[in-house]
Design a protein around this ligand. Structure first.
Ligand SMILES: [Zn+2]
Length: 486
């Protein structure tokens, strides 16, 4: 059996002023072609590694096409996306004939003029392989599923875990559904769309209320008549007509049952919709809570300047607060400010620089903070992850620096990636375990590496381009909960 694999993955914020350019695809997690895709994925927590494990076990020839992941940001220009997808499709044509196609996708990719990169990739792949070759895809739990995706794919398998520690495991699951299909199963898929927001703070797999959702999902998946089933929490930083959460159920040749099960699960999620919402304290209020509790290191998780959701990562609210309160052994991870990183590189280790930090991407990110900082360390931003999420993978954050002003540490980066573990800061000489206060620009993924060392974690909401208070939707399906009464 011959199965082609590849995919263009992006989580696109249509509210981010920062476009996703070709250089972002080339860096990010990487732009991998042909055999280099399989070589780089071995043992790493991506869906492709899951596909590889099943292929090796089952004696399937896996044909690697093209795979690329740019860090979340604004839409990619039309010509950049076209260049990437054209190469993916040309490589697929060269790989023919194939018995199946396993795509690794995100599910929230937007290019200029293309609302859904995933629908577009599925459509182009379908045009090449025809109606009878199964196409299946792994998606992030933060996907928005368009009607076209459900029509064009034979099965969709979505991460269960947030932090996403199960990406490779879902790749295994998806490839196993493919193998069953090639041996005679007939996947029939239904999707129930739920027009609602699902706060990141209510999606942590290990904690209530999300653990209850996953328990219920596992019961559904355990049914012998279900090939696979998934819940997605959606990505509401994309202003699109199909934005929202939902449920996918794939049965074996029983479309009515798939429809019924997706609707039953969807009805329950909808009836509980208030449970998936969160009111976030301001950073000021969070610090008060932290000091009262007295458990350190204490983490303020900046939900709206989460670079993992495509935010610019240069909001200054938490930095300003730490400074105003005169906090020592405090650190901001990571401040995305290439200008400051380059100034640090130009000055060199041991030098002192006076610079305006942050708030350069948009006025909504606050005001820059003038600081006089000592350059503790600099590097090129290339670092090996060592935490549960991407252990063995490589971060590419461009020129980076560890800067200090009076006990307040900044890890300044040029790229935009949320902290996932302690390795990147450690490479720059900052031991996060020794800090009392950590301001982290991440909604949930930081927990994979930081929850084990944290005395306290408080999710905070602060002004940013992603602050729901200042976002204006134009294309969202209405009514949309909780923006509208339903
Ligand atoms: Zn995600």
């Amino acid at each position: 059996m011959r199965i082609a694999t590849g995919g263009i993955l992006h989580e696109t914020s249509t509210f981010s002023p920062v476009p996703t350019l070709m250089e972002d695809w080339e860096t990010g997690i990487g732009l991998l072609r042909g055999q280099a895709l399989l070589d780089n994925m071995r043992g790493v927590n991506w869906g492709t590694w899951g596909f590889m494990q099943v292929a090796e076990r089952e004696g399937i020839e896996l044909l690697p096409l093209l795979w690329t992941f740019a860090y979340p940001a604004g839409p990619t220009p039309a010509d950049v996306y076209e260049t990437l997808v054209t190469e993916l499709i040309e490589r697929l044509k060269t790989a023919l004939p194939v018995d199946g196609v396993l795509l690794e996708l995100h599910g929230a990719g937007v290019a200029e003029g293309i609302d859904c990169m995933e629908t577009d990739q599925l459509r182009r792949v379908r045009e090449v392989v025809g109606p009878d070759v199964p196409i299946m895809a792994v998606l992030d739990i933060h996907c928005n599923i368009s009607p076209g995706m459900v029509e064009l794919a034979d099965a969709l398998v979505i991460y269960e875990n947030y932090p996403h520690t199960d990406i490779a495991a879902r790749g295994v699951e998806c490839a196993e559904v493919m193998v069953k299909t090639l041996r005679g199963a007939r996947p029939t898929m239904a999707h129930r769309h739920l027009p609602m927001r699902w706060a990141a703070a209510r999606q942590v797999t290990a904690h209530p209320p999300m653990n209850g959702v996953i328990e219920r999902l596992h019961a559904l998946k355990a049914r012998p008549d279900v090939l696979t089933a998934s819940v997605h929490t959606g990505f509401d930083l994309a202003d699109l007509p199909f934005t929202g959460a939902g449920v996918v159920v794939v049965t074996d040749n029983d479309p009515a049952l798939a429809r019924q099960l997706a609707d039953e699960f969807g009805d329950w999620l909808w009836s509980e919709r208030a449970t998936w919402q969160a009111d976030l304290p301001t950073p000021e209020a969070a610090l008060d809570i932290i000091e009262t509790a007295g458990r350190y290191p204490a983490i303020l998780a900046d939900q709206y300047d989460n670079t993992g959701g495509g935010a610019p990562g240069d909001s200054t609210t938490v930095l300003r607060l730490f400074r105003e309160r005169g906090l020592k052994d405090a650190a901001i991870l990571y401040m995305a400010d290439p200008e400051v990183a380059l100034a640090a590189h130009a000055a060199g280790v041991g030098a002192t620089i006076t610079v305006d930090v942050g708030a350069k991407a948009s006025p909504l990110q606050g005001d820059p903070v003038r600081m006089t900082l000592r350059v503790e360390a600099i590097n090129d931003g290339v670092s090996r992850y060592d935490g549960p999420m991407y252990a063995g993978g490589t971060a590419h954050l461009g020129p980076s620096a560890h800067l200090v002003e009076d006990g307040l540490h900044l890890i300044v980066v040029s790229g935009r990636m949320q902290p996932l573990d302690l390795a990147f800061s450690r490479d720059l000489g900052l031991d996060c375990r020794q800090m009392r206060y950590l301001g982290i620009k991440s909604a949930v993924h930081f927990r994979s590496g930081f929850e084990a060392i944290a005395g306290n974690i408080i999710n905070v909401g602060a002004p940013s381009v992603h602050d729901p208070q200042t976002i204006t939707y134009r294309r969202l399906p209405r009514p949309f909960y909780p923006l509208d009464e339903v």
